[in-house]
Design a binder for this molecule. Structure first.
Ligand SMILES: Nc1ncnc2c1ncn2[C@@H]1O[C@H](COP(=O)(O)OP(=O)(O)O)[C@@H](O)[C@H]1O
Ligand SMILES: [Mg+2]
Length: 303
């Protein structure tokens, strides 16, 4: 079947879709005379009767050929690529297979990592949203790609610690694995050039990175997210040692942005203390992808 649709910026689109294969072919003429193939994920399944406004808008930008997104790259980070979204309020995030550590000094391609982190992060964001945490996630586009709300990122990383590890252990001489008497919240300046230095609250407000109210709100949300994540991971037999959060300003509020994945958390098996996170890569412990896969499988089992 073949139907004529109009794209959001006005050029006509010829579309045909095969109900059974759930494959959607779209030809934009008067534009570039190429055909764009879109393999639909669960979320954006084309309907035989036609597409709604949102789907059309999204297709307009998310047109994929092979696995390539045909939209402008706005930013390429260490582990994700950010593309222009279908409108000014959204962005497309594509998770890369690149693993980096020590501020980009150590780097490797781990085939499949992008998809694992995308799946883990969206599962966690879905869980947090169900429990009242506002996140940037709008919808999953495909295995490694998500549509998110475009926020103004607060240039601070919020670090939450339940157990001493990593830089905390090193800096303060507390052996890794020591349970902390209270939850620790730390802030660091989001700056690769400066090596993400730790920064305190009066320094943050003094240089205008965030207001006092915003700091209070990020701290409140960080504690709440910690409670929720500890409970979720405990069900999977994993101890949440520490993790990093990023927040962004959107619609007058602070929402949870970026990702929560084994790249941004320390996750230890409750029984064996086996590390199931990026420390396997940082410290050359091997089995990086198997461990990420294990985290995903365990989360899927309790969700
Ligand atoms: N919802 C969002 N809106 C705007 N920017 C975001 C959002 N979520 C994440 N980001 C930003 O996108 C980038 C993600 O790519 P990443 O590879 O993690 O970059 P980096 O190397 O800077 O850590 C980060 O700079 C992050 O702050
Ligand atoms: Mg990052």
């Amino acid at each position: 079947m073949s139907t004529v649709y109009k794209s959001v910026d006005g050029y006509p689109l010829k579309a045909s879709c095969d109900e059974h294969l759930f494959q959607f072919r779209l030809t934009a003429w008067q534009h570039e005379p190429h055909s764009i193939e879109i393999m639909k994920g669960k979320q954006l399944m084309p309907r035989v009767v036609g597409l709604n406004e949102k789907e059309l808008e999204t297709l307009d930008i998310l047109s994929m050929r092979g696995n390539k997104i045909m939209s402008d790259i706005l930013y390429e980070g260490k582990s994700k690529i950010i593309y222009r979204g279908p409108n000014n309020e959204s962005l497309i995030i594509r998770y890369k297979d690149t693993a980096t550590a020590f501020n980009g000094e150590k780097k490797a391609e781990l085939s499949g990592k992008g998809k694992l982190n995308a799946a883990i992060s969206s599962l966690i964001y879905g869980y947090l949203a169900e429990h009242g945490v506002e996140t940037h996630l709008i919808e999953v586009i495909d295995d490694a790609t998500a549509l998110v709300k475009k926020a103004e990122i607060v240039m601070i990383e919020v670090i939450v610690r339940n157990v001493a590890a990593g830089s905390f252990s090193k800096k303060y001489g507390v052996p890794e694995g020591t349970a902390l008497k209270n939850t620790v919240i730390e802030f660091s300046l989001k700056s690769d050039e400066l090596g993400d230095p730790m920064i305190n609250e009066s320094q943050i407000t003094a240089i205008g990175l965030a207001t006092e109210e915003e700091l209070k709100e990020m701290t409140r949300q960080a504690f709440r997210i910690n409670e929720l994540l500890c409970a979720l991971f405990a069900k999977t037999g994993i101890r949440l040692i520490d993790f990093k959060l990023e927040f962004g300003r959107y619609d007058g509020k602070l929402i949870l942005c970026d990702e929560i994945s084994p790249d941004s958390c320390r996750l230890w098996d409750i029984d064996t203390d086996k590390k199931l996170d990026k420390d396997r890569f940082r410290r050359d412990l091997g089995d990086v992808l198997d461990s990420y896969q294990d985290v995903l499988r365990r989360l899927q089992n309790v969700r």
